[in-house]
Design a protein around this ligand. Structure first.
Ligand code: MG
Length: 397
């Protein structure tokens, strides 16, 4: 029944607080790629799918763009306060396209197999709705609590006829839109429940044992194994960037170099803390990412960065890479000056850079050289630093 026009609505507007801190779970990287990227690719590649729209949180647009990569997707729409509200807004946004069938899928289910998607779509040719689900195979116990709160078995529940609902959940578009309109003001835990409440018949089709919904922190490791097994591991490519920076000496009694304060008979002049080492490293990372330079991200005309500690610049560059599903492989910086002597501080600098960038120290190198008393560094007028950064990024093909 491939004559049906099939839309997919991927719900990715949640904040995922149960899955641990940091990015919302659907944007956290697994094998260097955001979880949502796997979910979207499964549908984007599917021959029976005609269009894909993602419902996102308004703050997540840059994360969404990275997760979507080069996949062919409709413009995203903003979700609401609850998942049900987000689905409703997504459904409304498809009024113009008016597909025959819409599949609704959780963005945090990255291992959805093509056969499963096809089963749901085909069943929607025969029923108003069809969802992926797995028959319950474990024996079910009802619990009661003893006086200490320990759970005790109160009885065994028959598992006969019981299924665990997954997504995608597919419906005839007009039917599910109308069911969601009727459901306004009442809360349901999935779209099938919304459909049931509207009296629609919904079929159960065989889901996927590996169609995991990432919910808790430990689920990321499981998802990583499943994604590897299913052969969806993203190709990474290596990128290199370089950076260069100079700051001149001025009055003072210490200089900041690579995040370490070093006593000296002069200071360094700059809008921020004038840490040429961290500035060169930041530019090297931005260069590898293709994200411009430090001045674009932290304009020296902005009073906000006056006297700023430069560790935040480096950390920002690292976070941009992580948001793209990438990681830093190696950082190398050369400090060019006659004085102060760098050698005694080299280990502390390596540790500090590693700490700021979230790397093991062996992935950081600090070198020092003089210019044989030639030029401005030779005349002790200032300090120069140059850096190289190697990063791994999801290949864009
Ligand atoms: Mg600078």
């Amino acid at each position: 029944m491939s004559s049906q026009r099939v839309a997919v609505l991927v719900v990715a507007a949640g904040r995922g607080s149960r899955a641990g801190g940091g990015l919302p779970k659907q944007y956290r990287p697994v094998h260097g790629r955001p979880v949502l990227g796997y979910s979207l690719e499964a549908f984007a590649r599917h021959p029976l799918v005609d269009m894909i729209r993602v419902v996102i949180h308004p703050e997540d647009l840059p994360l969404y763009r990275e997760a979507g990569g080069a996949l062919e997707l409709m413009e995203p729409v903003h979700g609401g306060e609850t998942r049900q509200e987000s689905v409703y807004l997504g459904l409304i946004s498809l009024k113009e396209q008016a597909p025959d069938v819409v599949l609704i899928h959780d963005g945090a289910r990255p291992v959805v197999e093509p056969g499963l998607i096809a089963r749901v779509i085909e069943a929607c040719a025969h029923y108003p709705g069809a969802i992926a689900a797995m028959p319950v195979t474990d024996t079910l116990k009802r619990a009661r609590a003893d006086h200490d709160g320990m759970a005790l078995i109160d009885g065994t529940v028959s598992r006969e006829g019981l299924w665990r609902a997954q997504t995608p959940q597919g419906f005839r578009y007009a039917d599910i839109l109308s069911a969601h309109e009727q459901a306004r003001g009442r809360t349901y835990t999935d779209d099938a429940a919304v459909a049931e409440a509207a009296g629609l018949t919904v079929a159960l089709v065989e889901g996927g044992r590996d169609n995991l919904k990432i919910t808790l922190p430990g689920d990321f490791d499981t998802a990583g194994e499943l994604i590897r097994e299913h052969g969806h591991v993203m190709q990474m490519e290596t990128r290199l960037g370089t950076g260069f920076d100079v700051h001149k000496f001025g009055p003072g009694d210490k200089v900041m170099l690579c995040g370490v304060p070093i006593p000296h008979d002069r200071g360094l002049v700059g809008h921020s803390d004038a840490d040429a080492g961290l500035h060169a490293l930041t530019d090297a990372l931005l260069g590898a990412l293709g994200a411009g330079d430090i001045g674009q991200h932290f304009p020296p005309t902005d009073e906000k960065w006056k006297g700023a500690s430069s560790d935040r610049f480096l950390r920002h560059a690292v976070s941009l890479i992580e948001e793209r599903g990438g990681r830093v492989v190696h950082l190398d910086v050369t400090l060019i000056c006659e004085r102060p002597k760098v050698g005694p501080h080299r280990e502390a600098m390596i540790r500090r850079i590693a700490e700021i960038a979230g790397l093991p120290p062996k992935r950081v190198n600090v070198k020092a050289t003089t210019t044989e008393q030639l030029g401005f560094t030779g005349r002790r007028e200032g300090i120069a630093a140059q850096a190289a950064a190697t990063i791994a990024l999801p290949a864009e093909g």
